[in-house]
Design a protein around this ligand. Structure first.
Ligand SMILES: Nc1ncnc2c1ncn2[C@@H]1O[C@H](COP(=O)(O)OP(=O)(O)O)[C@@H](O)[C@H]1O
Ligand SMILES: CC(C)(COP(=O)(O)O)[C@@H](O)C(=O)NCCC(=O)O
Ligand SMILES: [K+]
Length: 245
């Protein structure tokens, strides 16, 4: 008995194949280059051989793409279900507009939620999200452009800044355009997360998403990195056996 869990984000398609006690058998993350349904078709042979009994899907790609993805999944002849935010879930309540909250943010919170804790969940994906959860009640949060989106915005929004390569490794002041851009962008995100931590001293911080390891290096307080938080949320949502790691 195995299940396939899909996370369709704005940059990458992630999938995990897990057994019925939530142990990961195989997983992968691929940039879908704005063609997730086509990428999925390319993966159907792999999914066929993995032969899951069920496919749980998280997608923030909108109804049109979701319909294409559903069409690709239907060719597998395996039951599948897209997750929708449940404002009255037994494990989690929220002040956020349930019709607007990204299902990935909601599942990341569901994957971490602990009613004995005050938690800050930071999603480090195409958009960077910060969500505050007080004893299993979601207070709300913030959305920022990721470091890459910020660099693209500077590139397209200015005449003289044509920086499109480079690494985000320091928040010390820069002495050339490329360093000033990369350090300024990194500082904007790291500074925001540190400010949220300063304002919420007794919150436990958990980072997830592709950029979590990069950002974590520059934070000046203890944090947890959990790269399978959304997966935990999917398994909890579909009521699979899994212990929060
Ligand atoms: N322009 C880019 N150049 C290099 N890597 C990028 C770029 N944009 C995104 N990425 C990488 O893709 C990953 C996106 O993280 P992920 O959590 O999968 O995002 P999402 O869930 O939004 O698809 C990150 O690891 C990030 O480093
Ligand atoms: C904020 C997001 C774009 C993050 O998505 P991601 O970076 O994981 O691709 C996604 O959660 C989303 O589309 N949210 C809808 C708007 C909201 O949460 O208010
Ligand atoms: K968009």
């Amino acid at each position: 008995m195995s299940n396939l869990w899909l996370d369709l984000g704005n940059t990458r398609l992630k999938y995990w194949l897990a057994d019925d006690i939530g142990q990961i058998i195989t997983s992968d993350a691929k940039q879908h280059l704005q063609a997730p349904a086509e990428l999925l078709i390319g993966l159907t042979d792999r999914f066929d051989t993995l032969a899951p009994e069920f496919i749980g899907v998280s997608s923030v790609l909108g109804e049109e793409v979701n319909a294409q993805v559903a069409e690709s999944l239907a060719t597998l002849g395996i039951p599948f279900e897209f997750v929708h935010v449940d404002a009255n879930h037994p494990l989690l309540t929220s002040d956020y507009d349930a019709g607007q909250l990204g299902v990935d943010r909601w599942l990341q919170i569901l994957g971490a939620v602990d009613r004995k804790k005050r938690q800050c969940i930071v999603g480090c994906g195409t958009a960077l999200t910060i969500d505050l959860v007080d004893h299993a009640h979601h207070l709300g949060g913030y959305i920022f452009p990721s470091i890459y989106l910020q660099r693209e915005a500077l590139f397209s929004g200015t005449k003289q800044i044509s920086i499109s390569e480079g690494t985000f490794t320091s928040i010390s002041e820069g002495v050339n355009t490329s360093d000033a851009v990369h350090r300024g962008i990194l500082l904007s995100i790291v500074g925001a997360i540190n400010e949220i931590a300063r304002r919420n001293p007794n919150y436990e911080f958990t980072l997830t998403g592709g950029d979590a390891p990069l950002l974590a290096q520059h934070l000046n307080h203890p944090i947890h990195i959990k790269d399978s938080l959304l997966l935990n949320g999917l398994m909890r949502y579909f009521d699979q056996q899994n212990q929060p790691r």
